[in-house]
Design a protein around this ligand. Sequence first.
Ligand code: MBD
Ligand code: FE
Length: 283
Amino acid sequence: ARREDEGTAVEAGTLATQRFSESGKLHGMDVSQERVSAIAGEAIQAINDVAVKHSVTYDEYNALKAWLIKVGTDGEWPLFLDVWLEHTIEEINSVERPGAIGTIEGPYYVPNAPEMATPATLEMREDEEGTPLKFTGSFKDTSGQPIKDAVVEIWHADAMGFYSQYAPELPKWLFRGVVLADEDGNFEINTMRPAPYQIPTDGACGQLIAAAGWHAWRPAHIHIKVYAPGFQLVTQQLYFPGDPHNEDDIASAVKPELMLEPKPRTDGGEGEEAVYNYVLARE
Ligand code: MBD
Ligand code: FE
């Protein structure tokens, strides 16, 4: 189901572009001339090879030029890169890290969400739609000892598939929070199960998807960053069994280790409960 006023691709894209530019990610970048030459050079060559392989016409070349221009004017470079490239970058850079499995961050993280102690309830509207989800878990180090001062940063879409701050009229911090685990490394987060997410169909990425006859869906997911002093941060997402898009996520970000096992609640509450336990690696 789509809302009446779901906002536009340009609005979401422009915000994602602005947030990326303002994030710390551009500070202290380590990008040498040697690597730029090798990586950019081979990437350009790879595109040229594809052009030769498919005998690309001038119409196709000009369609590409117009489309690349539109990716920029729609602000969709973060979306494009996070959907079609970040999964490979994440995979390369996490192979040697023990402990909790990661996956891509995606374009819709917002820093400085409200901090809350465990047990926490994420911000919701009155009569928030959806299935309540009680999400609990623990933090241990690689030798099985509980971790102190662990944090679960969480953000996800609502039951219509919309993210706060990227769709109009949603409360600023809807389904976004920084949850502090207790002294024994345990946490409890009360929220609502998110819906699958359709990337905007009215922007450049949507145009490519339509022109190629692909689909625009990600399975329902909960974004997480977990960290504790002295331990490596893990960015991941958690998924729900049975979602038709677990097998064909447009962002290729589903991994079997990231499946929740939601069950009917046993504490008399409404909805479901799910547990996920984290092992963090030292820095
Ligand atoms: C999302 O919610 C998301 O997680 C990714 C990776 C891309 C677009 C929207
Ligand atoms: Fe997402």
